[in-house]
Ligand binder design. Structure first.
Ligand code: PHE
Length: 361
């Protein structure tokens, strides 16, 4: 039994001092392996008389369990220490400033989307999104633009090859406006609806004021008593908040869109005096968005009862309002990825626009 006591203190001492995983494994083999010291002693039990064997067996079992518990314990201590060491080694100080010569910029379109979302978010709108590749039905027919409708010509549509080339609702197109997101939202949800849909849109056109890919934000509000007064209030508030001019003149001019009736284009007051363009007061007007009360035919196409619900919609070209606000003269430069342009017109990453913190600084 004395033997056992000294073996115990030897093994446990060694286990507690084991420096690494290899040392632990070695010790396990020496003590508990097939030819290990404890295993050997257990093999000797057979030669003892029954009374001796019972006590010695119990003592050996206890020692075996104790040694393996200490080895396991030591293993987990070492594993934890290894993780700590690795973490210390890989530590990154997130409070260090970024390298100023490498500072990135937020693209004016991203910034403008954030500003528009901040303004409408404050009014209770949520953001909805839809696919860039649409079918003819969602992009046109459901919006009350049937085949052969003259409005289709104005859209300079990119048609995708091989998708019902002879026309029809299944033909695939690159969406020409974000209005199909209205359709998808109304198909999925019953009113009340209050959404804005920012996103990419495509038309086959390219010059200083047109790009084959550009961005729009569309808005849609549907409820039982939504009326033209809400449309006007909402869009006047938006224009004034976006351009940061509290008394910006806003004019609603009758217009036509197949999906709204009545329809109105929205102009803001500006001046071009002395060759200088300025937004705000003045004797001139500049068109910035399209709007109207959703045509009941569109509601019915989406399974919404037009005798119960009504609402308004609007669409804004994001490049256009970004160019106006930030004095960017050519639309094509938005997509040239010229770093000098981005440094000049881009925004700091941490200047996130909000109605409380300010839209842009
Ligand atoms: N979808 C229209 C366009 O791209 C804009 C618009 C949207 C007009 C909603 C009125 C209402 O021309």
């Amino acid at each position: 039994m004395d033997d056992l006591a000294s073996l115990r203190s030897e093994l446990i001492g060694a286990a507690e001092a084991a420096a690494d995983m290899n040392a632990i494994e070695e010790l396990r083999i020496t003590a508990l392996g097939k030819k290990g010291r404890i295993t050997q002693m257990m093999k000797g039990l057979g030669a003892m008389d029954p009374a001796q064997r019972k006590d010695a067996g119990a003592a050996l079992n206890k020692l075996k369990n104790e040694v393996s518990a200490v080895l396991e314990e030591r293993k987990s201590v070492l594993a934890e220490a290894a993780i700590d060491a690795k973490l210390m080694e890989e530590k990154v100080d997130v409070t260090l400033p970024v390298r100023p010569e490498r500072e990135g910029r937020i693209h004016p379109i991203s910034q403008t989307i954030d500003e528009v979302v901040a303004i409408f978010g404050e009014m209770g709108f949520t953001v909805a999104e839809g696919p860039d590749i649409e079918d003819d039905w969602h992009n046109f027919t459901a919006l009350n633009i049937p085949p052969e409708h003259p409005a289709r010509q104005e859209h300079d549509t990119f048609y995708l090859p091989g998708s019902g080339d002879n026309g029809g609702d299944q033909r695939m197109v690159l969406r020409t406006h974000t209005s199909p997101v209205q359709i998808r939202t109304m198909q999925k949800t019953q009113p009340p609806v209050r959404i804005i849909c920012p996103g990419r849109t495509y038309r086959c056109d390219s010059d200083a004021t047109h790009s084959p890919m550009f961005h729009q934000v569309e808005g849609l509000v549907i409820d039982k008593t939504t009326h033209m007064g809400h449309l006007k209030g909402c869009l006047i508030d938006f224009c004034r908040a976006y351009f940061g001019v509290d008394d910006l003149p806003v004019r609603f001019r009758p217009s036509y869109f197949p999906f709204t009736e009545p329809s109105a284009e929205v102009d803001i007051g500006c001046t071009r005096e002395g060759g200088q363009f300025r937004i705000g007061h003045g004797d001139d007007w500049l068109e910035i968005l399209g709007s109207g009360m959703v045509n009941p035919a569109v509601l019915e196409n989406c399974g919404i009862d037009s005798t119960v619900y009504q609402g308004f919609a609007f669409g804004v070209g994001l490049e256009r309002i970004a160019m106006l606000k930030y004095g960017i003269p050519d639309l094509r430069t938005f997509f040239e990825s010229d770093l000098r342009w981005l440094r000049h017109y881009g925004f700091k990453a941490l200047d996130v626009p909000s109605m409380v913190g300010g839209l842009n600084r």
